[in-house]
Design a binder for this molecule. Structure first.
Ligand code: PEP
Ligand code: MN
Length: 347
C-alpha cells in the first residue's frame, strides 16, 4: 500500500505481521538517520513505529519501501505517544504492586492535606482496612488564597515516607515546582500534578525526566485535548508511567464546586491508552455527592478513584466539606465492590 496523505505531518509506520527483528531495526535506523526519534511499540500481532519530531512527509515516503514495512498511517491528532493510534493496547501503570489501568480498580484515598502524623496514620489505617491501596495527602497545597493553609511541606513528605514503609501503602502527593521534583520523588511513589499546574510545562518536563509515576489532573478549564497534550510533555521526556485524572471542570453550574465531565471518561479511554481515574471530591465539593458520583465514574469506565477522606472533616484544615468520614468511605468501598463486577471490574 502506498503513502496515504502527503499533507499530514505526523506518520506512523506499521510493520508487516511477518516482519523480522532486523527489518524493524532497519526502519528504526533509517528514522534516526533522517533526524527523527523512533518510538517502537510492539503489539501482539504487529509492530508500530512512531516518528517523533517535526516531520516532512515527502522525506518520510521512502520508509514505505523498506523491507518489512506494511504501510504508513498519518496521525491527525496533535498528541502522539499518548494516542491509541500509536499504542492500541491499554497501558497498565504498575506502582509497587498497585496497577492502574488493569481490570482491578485502583482506589486512592486520604486527606486533602497532611495535618499531623496522627491524623495521617489514623486515616491511612482506616482506608487500608476498607480496601484502598494508595494513600493521598498534600504536603504542598496549591491554595487559591495565599492566606489559606499551605501544607506542612517537607515534614509531611517524611511522614508519608514513614507510613508507606510501615503500612505498605502506595503514597501520592502533589509537587508544585520543578525544583521540588527530586525531593518529592524520593519520599512518595506517585507525583501528583494538580489542576492548577496542568500546563506548567517546565514541571511536566522535569517529571518526565524523573521517570517517576505521575498522576496528571485535568485543568479546570482544560479541554480533553489539552490534557492529552500535557501528558505528551511527560511521555516525550521518556516517562510512560502517566495516569490521567478527571476532577471536574468549570461550567455555569454552581450547585457543585466543579462539574464532573463524566463523558470525558469514555472519550479519554477511546483516545488514549493511558489509565484514567476520577476525583469525585474536588469535582463535587460536597461530601454527600461524592459517593454517587464516584459510582457513576466507575460505571462510565474509570480505572479507579481518588477520594478525600478525613477522620474529622469538620476539623480539617482544607477541603473538610468534601471529605468523607472514615466510616462513609468504608460504605462506599462496599458499594463499589458490588458495582465493579457489573462493569467487568474487580475491586
Ligand atoms: C488535590 O487533589 O488536593 C487538589 C488540589 O486537586 P486539584 O488540583 O484537582 O484542585
Ligand atoms: Mn483537596
Amino acid at each position: 500500500m502506498l503513502a496515504v496523505a502527503q499533507e499530514e505531518k505526523d506518520m506512523i509506520v506499521v510493520m508487516q505481521h511477518s516482519a523480522r527483528q532486523e527489518q524493524i531495526e532497519g526502519v528504526v535506523a533509517c528514522i534516526r538517520d533522517m533526524g527523527y526519534r523512533p518510538h517502537v511499540s510492539e503489539g501482539e500481532e504487529t509492530t508500530i513505529i512512531g516518528i517523533i519530531g517535526h516531520s516532512a512527509p515527502e522525506q518520510l515516503e521512502r520508509l514505505e519501501f523498506l523491507p518489512g514495512v506494511d504501510h504508513m498511517v498519518p496521525i491527525g491528532k496533535p498528541y502522539k505517544l499518548g494516542s491509541r493510534d500509536f499504542k492500541p493496547r491499554d497501558t497498565i501503570v504498575g506502582v509497587d504492586g498497585v496497577s492502574f489501568g488493569a481490570r482491578r480498580l485502583a482506589v486512592i484515598a486520604g486527606p486533602c492535606a497532611v495535618e499531623s502524623e496522627e491524623q495521617l496514620r489514623e486515616t491511612a489505617v482506616a482506608i487500608q482496612a476498607s480496601g484502598a491501596r494508595a494513600l493521598r495527602a498534600g504536603a504542598f497545597k496549591p491554595r487559591t488564597s495565599p492566606y489559606s493553609f499551605q501544607g506542612l511541606g517537607r515534614a509531611a513528605l517524611e511522614m508519608m515516607d514513614r507510613l508507606r514503609r510501615d503500612l505498605g501503602l502506595v503514597v501520592i502527593t502533589e509537587v508544585l515546582t520543578p525544583d521540588d521534583v527530586d525531593v518529592v520523588a524520593s519520599h512518595v511513589d506517585i507525583l501528583q500534578v494538580g489542576a492548577r499546574n496542568m500546563q506548567n510545562f517546565s514541571l511536566l518536563q522535569e517529571i518526565g525526566r524523573s521517570g517517576h509515576p505521575v498522576l496528571l489532573k485535568r485543568g479546570m478549564s482544560a479541554t480533553v485535548e489539552e490534557l492529552l497534550m500535557s501528558a505528551e510533555y511527560i511521555l516525550a521526556n521518556n516517562n510512560n508511567r502517566v495516569i490521567l485524572c478527571e476532577r471536574g471542570i468549570r461550567t455555569f453550574e454552581n450547585s457543585t464546586r466543579f462539574t464532573l465531565d463524566i463523558s470525558a471518561i469514555p472519550v479519554l479511554k477511546h483516545l488514549t491508552h493511558l489509565p484514567v481515574i476520577v476525583d469525585p471530591s474536588h469535582a463535587t465539593g460536597k461530601w454527600m455527592f461524592v459517593a454517587p458520583v464516584a459510582k457513576a465514574a466507575i460505571a462510565a469506565g474509570a480505572d479507579g478513584l481518588m477520594v478525600e477522606v478525613h477522620p474529622r472533616p469538620s476539623e480539617a484544615l482544607s477541603d473538610g466539606p468534601q471529605s468523607l468520614r472514615l466510616d462513609r468511605f468504608g460504605t462506599l468501598m462496599d458499594e463499589l465492590s458490588i458495582l465493579a463486577p457489573a462493569v467487568g471490574r474487580t475491586l
